[in-house]
Design a protein around this ligand. Structure first.
Ligand code: PMP
Ligand code: GLN
Length: 386
């Protein structure tokens, strides 16, 4: 047989699937892959169930149901004062993962460069490579994950087509500051670069900080694609309803990609997400408050077990340095070990780097019930008791 596509055929299985399988195999508490262990609001699920039964369950419009596109525009206006034309500037996708692929495939030509900030969500590099483009990595380093301005400036050049910005950032749990965002915006404008903004954790920002969409910064309205995900906003990660917001000309090639990737997204889920996005402000602040309490609970538990716990300003995740426990192997080895010997699964942070080595951190997901978080902390404490 002739060879399959080199980029795709050469890939391993995504770390999230690998670690979830391992957790199932060993019956461990799965704090690896990022998903809540309790489904989101009952009224949102009820809206989906009602829509499913009432129908129609046929192809909705390619760009998404009007009521969802209107709700996405209204949500952007309500939370960020962003004025979005729902008919020309919103595309509904089957999850943020599709939105990302649509953006890369829609924008990139072979030889274009894309700036990717590490550590990163693992879908970005293969899709960039499959588009024939070249990733230019800029590394953020633990424990403070500061944006290295000199390296960033150096990464921008005549071939740079786009930068991917993920804030709040998985797995660093970093919320980019206003100064960092201004610096990124200034570079995008200076070098005529598009920003693809993965903002799936926009409502998971803690400690009273604000989520600041890059699209709102001077010069960015016409050159930013803002990606969201209902999975994260409503604790329904299996739903895979996402979206892209951007200026009409910028969105046009993304829409054309979408038409041949999935064409559309289940209509009953779209209706329910439209309903959910109109929920009262208290829902959104409550989600962040609940997750912040879980962050605090797991962070304290991990610290008690002897980890050096890094700060987490947003997302579902907290990372922890395991070296104080006396473990001197790699992060992959550590995550295997705790699955087998403590009954707790995490994800090695090295899986989020492509340019080498950060091998002393494990990422733990805290979007779990409190007793599960406590049990996981207790198990780790017991395994590593002096
Ligand atoms: N981006 C980031 C940073 C993520 O962590 C995830 C995780 N699910 C996604 C995108 C994908 O979102 P979706 O499930 O909506 O495809
Ligand atoms: N975003 C989730 C995480 O970081 C996982 C998504 C997936 O499994 N593809 O854990």
């Amino acid at each position: 047989m002739k060879p399959a596509n080199q980029v795709m055929d050469g890939l391993g299985t995504t770390v999230f699937e690998v670690m979830s399988r391992l957790a199932i195999e060993h019956g461990s508490i799965n704090l690896g892959q990022g998903f809540p262990d309790e489904d989101g609001p009952q009224d949102v699920r009820r809206a989906a169930a009602d829509a499913l039964m009432a129908g129609p369950n046929q192809y909705p419009p390619m760009a998404g149901l009007p009521e969802l596109r209107q709700a996405i525009a209204a949500h952007a206006a309500r939370f960020y004062g962003l004025d979005v034309d729902w008919q020309r500037e919103v595309l509904v996708t089957s999850g943020a993962t599709e939105a990302l692929a649509d953006c890369f495939f829609g924008l990139l030509n072979p030889g274009d460069e894309v700036i990717l900030l590490e550590p990163l969500y693992d879908s970005y590099p293969p899709i960039v490579a499959r588009a024939g483009a070249v990733p230019r990595y800029v590394r953020l380093e633990p424990p403070d994950w500061k944006l290295p301005m000199a390296a960033l400036e150096e990464a921008f050049g005549p071939k740079t087509k786009a930068i991917l910005l993920n804030t709040p950032m998985n797995p660093a749990s970093k919320v980019f500051s206003a100064e960092e965002l201004s610096a990124i915006a200034e570079l995008c404008v200076r070098h005529d670069v598009v920003a693809i903004c993965d903002e799936v954790y926009e409502h998971l920002v803690f400690d009273g900080a604000d989520h600041l969409p890059l699209i709102n910064l001077p010069g960015m309205r016409e050159r930013t694609l803002r990606i969201g995900s209902a999975g994260k906003i409503f604790s329904l990660t299996g739903w895979k309803v996402g979206w892209v917001v951007g200026a009409p000309d910028l969105l046009a090639p993304i829409m054309k990609t979408h038409q041949f990737m999935t064409f559309t997204t289940p209509p009953d889920l779209q209706k329910a997400v439209a309903y959910g996005l109109a929920k009262e402000d208290g829902y959104f602040s409550g989600l962040a408050g609940d997750m912040q309490a879980k962050r605090d609970r797991l962070s304290a538990g991990l610290a008690r077990a002897g980890f050096d716990v890094l700060p987490s300003g947003g997302t579902y995740f907290v990372s922890a340095d395991f070296r104080p426990l006396g473990f001197n192997g790699t992060d992959e080895e550590f995550c295997q070990l705790i699955t087998l010997e403590a009954g707790v699964t995490a994800v090695p942070v090295s899986a989020f780097y492509r340019t080498g080595e950060v091998h002393h951190l494990a990422r733990f997901c805290f979007s779990k019930q409190d007793d599960i978080l406590d049990e996981a902390s207790d198990r780790l404490a017991k395994r590593f008791a002096a």
